[in-house]
Design a protein around this ligand. Structure first.
Ligand code: ZN
Length: 345
């Protein structure tokens, strides 16, 4: 089969690799019908993968081709969405809806087994706990939005949940990438009153407004902090969704939270320590978040997607075949030509 392999920074290829196959009785194999290139794929693209020859991709919808002998609920032929992490669905952390800490869990497309989703097929460990069957056909019109349940919509929702967005909240979303835009959707869905999008790409800001953003701050650093204070009566916001992961983004985030507020961070951190030790202490600001347990959110978000109340699939603005993936990394994502790329193997 063919799969996306990252050899080193800036070197992504689509190559022939051994076919995905059952290795454990709890595995399934899916034929990938939709996958994505993620903003987080650009960190190894720029800085180098975890291993030479790393399989890439952690978001997909597919058709179940074969299941292992211990798989109970997942059946051959089902259309399924996978979360970016696999999990057994039965350990204490899965019971607590923290599937990304599953004791039998792990991550796709991160080096080693089980491989990546930017491929014709993928082995899914812990199939019963990991895969989520979808009540649609293989080419349903809702596919783009359903595909975001794999990562970006669930991750934006996690930012909102860990930032304690509540009805009437004032919210700031740091970052106008696909996760930030889904964070806007999530904040609106949780009935925030004011949603400030912080970003500077005109087309993304326009989409954020359609998703429910009420204000825009395109400044950075101290100017951005001042703008948010001005927009919020001088005190800052109740909830900050940090959807970038840079040092500047977390510095801004802790500075714009109002006393008693919360920061939910879902951008993979590329800084050593969380700043604002004095500020967060004296303002009683909590800093939470982490890798989103998107598997836990699928059942909650699915009805809103099915009934069209949310349309996170609008973040996709480019579609490529598997052959187009290296170009997708190079141009569409890294040079910021596209917001989010869908892959149709
Ligand atoms: Zn578990």
């Amino acid at each position: 089969m063919r799969a996306t392999v990252m050899h080193k920074a800036y070197d992504v290829r689509v190559e022939n690799v051994p076919d995905a196959a059952i290795q454990q009785p709890t595995d399934a194999v899916i034929r990938v019908t939709r996958a994505c290139i993620c903003g987080s794929d650009l960190w190894p693209y720029n800085g180098g993968p975890n291993e030479v020859g790393q399989r890439m991709g952690h978001e997909a919808i597919g058709v179940v081709e074969v299941v292992g002998s211990d798989v109970q609920s997942i059946k051959r032929g089902q259309i399924v969405v996978m979360p970016f992490a696999f999990s057994d669905g039965s350990c204490m952390f899965c019971d607590e809806a923290l599937h990304t800490s599953c004791v039998h869990g792990g991550f796709f497309g991160n080096g080693g087994e089980p491989g990546g989703a930017q491929a014709e097929a993928l082995r899914i460990p812990q199939a019963d706990g990991t895969l989520f069957p979808l009540p649609v056909g293989e080419d349903d019109a809702l596919m783009p939005s359903l595909l975001t349940l794999s990562d970006v919509m669930g991750t934006g929702h996690h930012a909102a949940v860990t930032a304690k967005v509540a009805p009437g909240s004032k919210v700031a979303v740091v970052g106008d990438g696909a996760v930030g835009l889904c964070g806007v959707i999530a904040a609106k869905r949780l009935r925030a009153e004011q949603i400030i999008i912080m970003g500077r790409h005109a087309d993304r800001i326009a989409l954020a407004r359609e998703f429910g953003a009420t204000d825009v701050v395109s400044e950075r650093g101290d100017e951005a902090i001042e703008c948010v204070r001005e927009l919020t009566g001088g005190f800052g916001v109740h909830s900050v969704l940090e959807c970038v992961g840079t040092e500047q983004a977390i510095n801004t985030s802790v500075a714009i939270a109002r006393p008693g507020g919360a920061v939910g961070r879902v951008g993979v951190p590329h800084y050593e320590s969380v700043p604002g030790g004095q500020l967060t202490f004296f303002n009683n600001v909590s800093v939470a978040g982490g890798p989103a347990p998107v598997r836990a959110y699928m059942a909650e978000l699915l009805p809103d997607v099915m009934e069209g109340r949310i349309q996170p699939g609008r973040v996709f603005d480019r579609t490529v075949g598997l052959d187009g993936v290296p170009e997708g990394y190079r141009r569409a994502m890294n040079e910021r030509e596209a917001l989010k790329v869908m892959v149709r193997p």
